[in-house]
Structures are given as structure tokens and as C-alpha cells.
Write a protein that binds this ligand. Sequence first.
Ligand SMILES: [Zn+2]
Length: 329
Amino acid sequence: MLRLALSALLALIATAAPARAAPAPPAHAAPAAWAASDMALPVHRVGAHSYYVEGRLEEASRANEGFIANAGFVITDGGVVVFDALGSPALADRLIAAIRARTDRPIRRVVISHYHADHFYGIPAFRRIGAEIWADARARAYLNSPAAAERLAERERIIGRWLGPHFSLPLPDRWIDGDQDFVMGGVHFALRRLGPAHSPEDLAMQVEPDGVLYSGDVVYAGRVPFIGDADTRLWLRAIDRLLAIPSRVMVPGHGPASFAPRRDARMTREYLDFLREQMGRAVRNFVPFDDAYRQVDWKRFQAEPTFDVANRRNAYNVYLQMEQEMLGE
Ligand SMILES: [Zn+2]
């Protein structure tokens, strides 16, 4: 029955296709195994070649389809480079359509900033159109971790239809190990390894002639960062390394682009500093976490979107880290 319906549908698509349809995937590509999305992705131009789509400043939900992170794309005469694949293949298809609306040059390469669900689950859609996926080799450890399996189960519950029934955590085509520079269509790209910071495998991408820096989640703008099991001490150092890369515009992993990278990276830095200071003091004084959390005056950060969902867990993770650091001293 299902097979019949599918072949009828395919026949319908074949006959109904208008003369100038959106570019079809290569002939060998199977039909998409995921439900289509009609999510509108707001596209912003930040340089002669450089664009990004801005995800919502929310946690993943059915309503937002997991469109909660940014992704960048850079159009050169030699093809398109994409930075991050978004949170599902269906969203990635929308990103591909947004790129197609601006150029018919091939999408050659996708660089993944780090292996968190909202940034890499879209990979299968790009692989389907023949793009080569690059990611930092330090993501290997995550792929086999219980945390990765738990996150996938959670996302399948929330946005499973846009992942499709056969979704599994997608690998890159190429693991890169350290800084990498390449030129495409005369545009110089610099990939800079910043991890371990927000994740072990953080990568940033500078588009040299545009002065555009895609930072991934090493910097968050306009929301409380997601800390997870990140090493906040190394993360603070990575922000300094990031700010040493010359840039006119910084596109963070979440939130609007910044035309004052130094000023705007401060919010992420201050938040991490504040958590470390407050939780570090509690640990030194043997104050249990619940009491410590209650005693902190959070008003500096309370108005940020995602404060309510992220802050307590972040504080707890930093509390545990400060215990570890203290034991290690
Ligand atoms: Zn992340």
C-alpha cells in the first residue's frame, strides 16, 4: 500500500514538475527520507561573499523544528562553502534552497563548527547533493558517547519526522586535525581549531577578504550559553584566541551577527567568569549546590532568553567542574 502510494506520488511529481523547477538532486540520490520543512530561514548578508541564517533563541521544540542555531554560507566563483548544517536534514534542505535562490554555483564544502545536534544533524541533506563534509577530528569521541545517544533520542522525540526514520549520527567525509587554510574561487578561508572550549572539537572559520569570522558556539550572542560538559577554563582561553583573529563581523553560533566582536564576546566571557567565581566560592566553602544556587544574585543574566531553561544546569555543571579543579590542585 505504502509502496503504491509512493510510486503514485513519484509519478505525480515527475509529471507535475514545472519547466524551471528548483535544481534537482543528482540522479543517483534517493528520495529524501525525511519530512519536508517549510520553515522560513531569515538570511542576512554580512560581507561581499558571506551570509548566514539566524536560528531562534530558544531550546529545540516541535514548533521551531530544532532551528535554534545559525549557519553560514559563502558564495565564491568556484563554489559555495557552508558553515554548519543546522539541526535536521529537512532544515538543511531549506538552507540549500536559500543558497540556490542566490547562486547556481555548486555547494562544494560544509565545515561543521562542532558536533552538537543543532549544528550537524543536517549533514545528510548536504551529502545528498554531493558536498564534502569537514569536521575536527576531536568530534570522534563524542560520536560514540552516551551523551550523543541520549541527545539523539531526545531529538527523535521532538523533531523525529524531520530527521526521518533511518537517521543516524552522520560522520564527516574528512576529519581535519588542526588549522587548515584553503582557497576557493579566489577567496581565502582560514579554519582555526579553538577546542577544547565549548566542545572538544570547536572550529572557527574566517573569510579573509570579507573580514567575517564564523565563531561557532565559542561565542553566544543574546542568550545564555549552553555549557554541557564544556571545560569553562579552556573555553575562556579560546575566546581570547578567537578575538585575536582579525574580523570586522563575527557570526556567532546563536544570535545576531556582531559588528563589535570584542564587545559582544564579553557577554559569554562574563557569564563564564561569573559562574566560575560564584560556584568556585561555594565549593571552597563546602556550600551544597542547592544553597549556593539560591544565594547567587542572577539579575545580570536573568533577562536573557533561555536563562530559565539553561542557567541552573549550567551552574550545576560548573559547580562539578570547580570541585574537580579543586581536587586536582
Ligand atoms: Zn553547541
